[in-house]
Structures are given as structure tokens and as C-alpha cells.
Ligand binder design. Structure first.
Ligand code: G16
Length: 543
């Protein structure tokens, strides 16, 4: 095995976005593309000499090939050990857990999350740091800088190794340790939740379904929900990971997981249902006849987490991304704990979790998690919900009603306009941004505007500042709209418009959400000149 130093010229656009580098699979498959990005990561973190890494992915098309490339490069760059999930599989939260448990120096996670997989779909690669969480902006900026001037990468001249067998294999001086992807993660879940209580709930006839969407959580859900908690075989749907996710879109929302939603909306539907995404960090929660918005889910979990053993001491604080509804702020206020507002991107929660300021975090984009790892965690959210249901012995619907009657209801919806040409999308944002200062006091549609600004985040732990994190407009009567461009898309630009309306406990709690948000939506579209600038009249995805 010879170490080869290959000359290369930089690829354009290897700039990590909201969550690592995401591109079309064919872009990643260009000769040298993965190599250049991976070498840039290694250079940006001060080299790999003697280091330990965790490597795994969601099993999508090109996962296996990219992992072999990374292993050869890790060996050539002097790493001591790489811990890989069997078959190259690791869910994102399981990878985060392994980095922490094994005190690794960092990890490489191969996933494009909820984006479809396949040669004509999407691929992604991101670097996580030693706390198990996504690299912060300072590190991703250093990686990007490296990608622009890289002139060579190092690799090993050797065949692919078999990742199907557990155990250790030497690759030059590198020890590749192939581990069961599920067992450490399942053990962690047992320390947080009352498995006996959940088992008793299920054996008492409480029916559940979990849609793994042919993505990475299949093996995790089968082990935990069926084998350990006694859910009947078949409770986990689409449980076999496939490279193209069965040609589906592994995004756990009412659009892409419609069959599950239809099932739970039926009169004889299951008591509880959930779904996760490509890499297992997102979740969707449903009860018979009801969809729980991610923002409501975060608020309900914050209000009830103490019912699970892992959180019985209470929460240090909660954190949510800025576009996420402010439902959890009301819970925090009543509990007398801090509530932090961060930019979109799980990486911004890392400092708050490390500093012990927040215990629970969540985002409107179907992500919730806690300080048990440094990523959002789909199955964790499912288990916390099940633990709460086992203790409270009421339905999901009743938990929601009770929550709204206590704290009020934050009606919420996100409207996505996908694959807009990049220029018009940026112009739309710039134009609205330029007029923000003049908006307060004016009306849009039937609504008076109270405040309008661009969100800037000041990290309270390390003092770093992140500018341009979304435009927010608040209306008289408790309404709010947020606009930002997605940082995870791979085609043109995706405009996200987040709509929210607060109704107090004494207000109208049973409106249809799109109806409740109609005037805020109309006002926001008019303000940003949506149709004039993009030609769009209807969103592509409504969650
Ligand atoms: C990633 C980030 C999340 C973010 C989401 C959507 O999630 O980790 O923090 O909310 O993307 O980001 P954007 O609105 O920029 O598209 P995931 O599950 O895709 O890794």
C-alpha cells in the first residue's frame, strides 16, 4: 500500500451550507470531488495525525463508494482509527453519540438528509467536531477557504475493504473498526426513557406505527420499537434502507409521508404514528386524527420532559431556531427557564448545550433533540413522546388540547417555493431587506406592521455574531412572518415563508391553520412582491 499525493485543482462551490455540503450526486461523483472536499476538511482541522474519526452515512446511492475514498484518505493522512458503522450505515444522531462516547476527534457524516437519493438525486457530506455536533461557522469557513486553494490530496493505493463484517481491519497504519450501528444508540435511549412503562403501554393495546421511509432508521426502529419495546412486527413500516429510499422522498412531513398521515387520520387508525428522514435526525409526530407541528411538539416536550427519567431533574433551558414558532417560549416563561433563539442550523445549538444553558432544542424543520447528543434526533423524539403518553395515559389529541388551553396556541405553517431562479430569489430578499426600516407603522393587506428587522445572532457563549439570518415582520394581533432562503437545497433557490399567529388560551383554539394564517400569508406575499418577482402564486410544499 503506497501513499499517493495527487495533484488537483480546486472545485468551485464547495461551500458548506446550513448542514454541510449538499449537491447533486453526479457533482459528488466527479473524479476528485470528494477527495478535494475531504482533504480540505483534514487540512482545516490541522491534519489527521494520530486522530480518531467516526464515519457513516444514511446508505443513499454513492454512500459506500464515498466511504471507501474517505478511509483511504484517512489512512494516507495519518489517522490512527476510524470507527465505521457496519455497511457504512450510521444515523446522524448515532454518529454524534459515537463521537462522544468514543471520544473521537470528529466525524464525517454522509447524507443529504431529507433530500431524495439516487444517481440523479442528492448527496451530502458534513464534518462534525469532537462534541459530536456539526462544525460551527468558524470551522466551515476554514474548510471552504481550503477548498479554494487546494493543490493536492493524499490517498492510499489499495482495494476497498469489506464493511459488512464487525471487527477491526488494518488499512496501512489505520485501524478501521466496524461497529454495530444500532447497539450503542439503543443503550443510550435506555438510560433516558422508562422502557418498562412504554412496553406496558404498548402491550396494553396502544397501537403505534413508525415509517422509516426506507431510510437509515429502519434497523434502529426495528430493534428499539419492535424487539425491545414489544411493538408487533410490522409496526415499523418501510424498515429496509434502500439506496434510493424506494424512489421516495425521505422527508417526514404530511406531503411526503402522506400514506402514514392517511392511516392515522382514519377512524380506526393507530393511536400514535411517527416518521423519520433519510439520516434519522428529523421526526414527524402524529396521533389518531391529529398532526403535531414540529413547533408544538417542541413546546409539548419542554412542558412534559420531566416525566421521563433522563429529564426528571428539569430543564436548564430550551432553545429554538428563530423561524420556529414561539410556542416553547411560553412554556419556558411559565417554567422560569431561559429560552434561546438561534439561527436556522443545528450547529448553533452546540455552544448552548455544551455550556449547560439549554437541555432541549428544536426547529420547525421537524427537528428536536436534547443534550444527550449534539444533533437532532428523530427516534429520541418518538421515545420521549411515548414515555410522556405512557405516564399521562391520555391521547396525543388530548395532550395538544390541554397544552393549548394552558399556554395558548401558536398557529404555524411554512410555505416553500422551490427551485426559483437564484437571481430573482436573491433580489426579492434584498428588496424586502432594503425596505425593512420603513415598514413599521405601515399596513400590508389588512394588517398593520409593528416591527420588521433582519435577524442577527449574538452567541451568548463564545460571543460570535452571525448576520443575515432571516427577515422577520410582526403584525398587530400577534402575527409574524419570517422569510429566508434555504441553505440545504441543490437546485436554484428555495424561498421559505414561515407564518405564525398566536391565540391566547381564551381565544379560538380550533381553527384550521391555513385559514387562521390566511391574512398573514397574503400580507407577506404582497410585501415581498412574490408573484411579480418569481411568477409563483402557490407554494410547492406546505408544512
Ligand atoms: C438542516 C439543519 C437544520 C435546518 C434544516 C433546514 O437539517 O441541520 O438546522 O433547520 O437543515 O435548513 P434550510 O431551511 O436552510 O433548508 P437537515 O435535517 O437537512 O440536516
Amino acid at each position: 500500500m503506497t501513499i499517493l499525493t495527487q495533484a488537483c485543482t480546486p472545485f468551485e462551490g464547495q461551500k458548506p451550507g446550513t448542514s454541510g455540503l449538499r449537491k447533486k450526486t453526479k457533482v459528488f461523483m466527479q473524479p476528485g470531488y470528494v477527495e478535494c472536499f475531504v482533504q480540505s476538511i483534514f487540512n482545516a482541522i490541522g491534519g489527521l495525525d494520530g486522530k480518531t474519526l467516526v464515519v457513516g452515512g444514511d446508505g443513499r446511492y454513492f454512500n459506500a463508494e464515498a466511504i471507501q475514498t474517505i478511509l483511504r484518505m484517512a489512512a494516507a493522512n495519518g489517522a490512527a482509527r476510524v470507527i465505521v458503522g457496519r455497511g457504512g450505515l450510521l444515523s446522524t444522531p448515532a454518529a454524534s453519540n459515537l463521537i462522544r462516547q468514543r471520544r473521537a476527534d470528529g466525524g464525517l457524516i454522509l447524507s443529504a438528509s431529507h433530500n431524495p437519493g439516487g444517481i440523479d438525486a442528492d448527496f451530502g457530506l458534513k464534518y462534525n467536531i469532537s462534541n459530536g455536533g456539526p462544525a460551527p461557522e468558524s470551522v466551515t469557513a476554514a474548510i471552504f477557504e481550503q477548498t479554494q486553494s487546494l493543490s493536492s490530496y493524499k490517498t492510499l493505493d489499495t482495494d476497498a475493504i469489506d464493511l459488512a463484517q464487525l471487527g477491526e481491519v488494518m488499512l496501512g497504519g489505520l485501524c478501521v473498526e466496524i461497529v454495530d450501528p444500532v447497539s450503542d444508540y439503543a443503550a443510550l435511549m435506555q438510560t433516558l426513557f422508562d422502557f418498562d412503562a412504554i412496553r406496558a403501554l404498548i402491550s396494553g393495546g396502544f397501537s403505534i406505527r413508525f415509517d422509516a421511509m426506507h431510510a437509515v432508521t429502519g434497523p434502529y426502529a426495528r430493534t428499539i420499537l419492535e424487539d425491545m419495546l414489544g411493538a408487533p412486527e410490522g409496526a415499523v413500516l418501510n424498515g429496509v434502507p434502500l439506496v434510493d429510499f424506494g424512489k421516495g422522498h425521505p422527508d417526514p412531513n404530511p406531503i411526503w409521508a402522506k400514506p402514514l398521515v392517511d392511516m392515522v387520520m382514519a377512524k380506526d387508525g393507530p393511536d400514535f404514528a411517527a416518521a423519520s428522514d433519510g439520516d434519522g435526525d428529523r421526526n414527524m409526530i402524529l396521533g389518531r386524527g391529529v398532526y403535531v407541528t414540529p413547533s408544538d411538539s417542541l413546546a409539548v416536550l419542554a412542558a412534559n420532559a420531566h416525566l421521563a427519567p433522563g429529564y426528571s431533574q428539569g430543564l436548564a433551558g430550551v432553545a429554538r431556531s428563530m423561524p420556529t414558532s414561539r410556542a416553547c417560549d411560553r412554556v419556558a416563561e411559565v417554567m422560569g427557564i431561559a429560552c434561546y433563539e438561534t439561527p436556522t442550523g443545528w450547529k448553533f445549538f452546540g455552544n448552548l448545550l455544551d455550556a449547560g444553558r439549554a437541555t432541549l432544542c428544536g426547529e420547525e424543520s421537524a427537528g428536536t433533540g436534547s443534550d444527550h447528543v449534539r444533533e437532532k434526533d428523530g427516534l429520541w423524539a418518538v421515545l420521549l413522546w411515548l414515555n410522556i403518553l405512557a405516564v399521562r395515559q391520555i391521547s396525543v389529541q388530548e395532550i395538544l388540547q390541554d397544552h393549548w388551553q394552558t399556554y395558548g396556541r401558536n398557529y404555524y405553517s411554512r410555505h416553500d417555493y422551490e427551485a426559483i431562479a437564484t437571481g430573482p430569489a436573491q433580489d426579492l430578499m434584498q428588496n424586502l431587506s432594503d425596505t425593512l426600516a420603513d415598514l413599521p407603522g405601515r399596513t400590508a393587506g389588512s394588517l398593520a406592521i409593528e416591527t420588521a428587522d433582519q435577524f442577527t445572532y449574538h452567541d451568548p457563549v463564545d460571543g460570535s455574531v452571525s448576520h443575515n439570518q432571516g427577515l422577520r415582520i410582526s403584525f398587530a394581533g400577534g402575527g409574524r412572518a419570517v422569510l429566508r432562503l434555504s441553505g440545504t437545497g441543490t437546485e436554484g433557490a428555495t424561498l421559505r415563508i414561515y407564518l405564525e399567529l398566536y391565540e391566547p388560551p381564551t381565544g379560538k383554539l380550533d381553527m384550521e391553520p391555513q385559514q387562521a394564517l390566511r391574512s398573514i400569508s397574503a400580507a407577506t406575499r404582497a410585501l415581498c412582491q412574490l408573484t411579480e418577482r418569481t411568477g409563483r402564486t402557490e407554494p410547492d410544499v406546505v408544512t
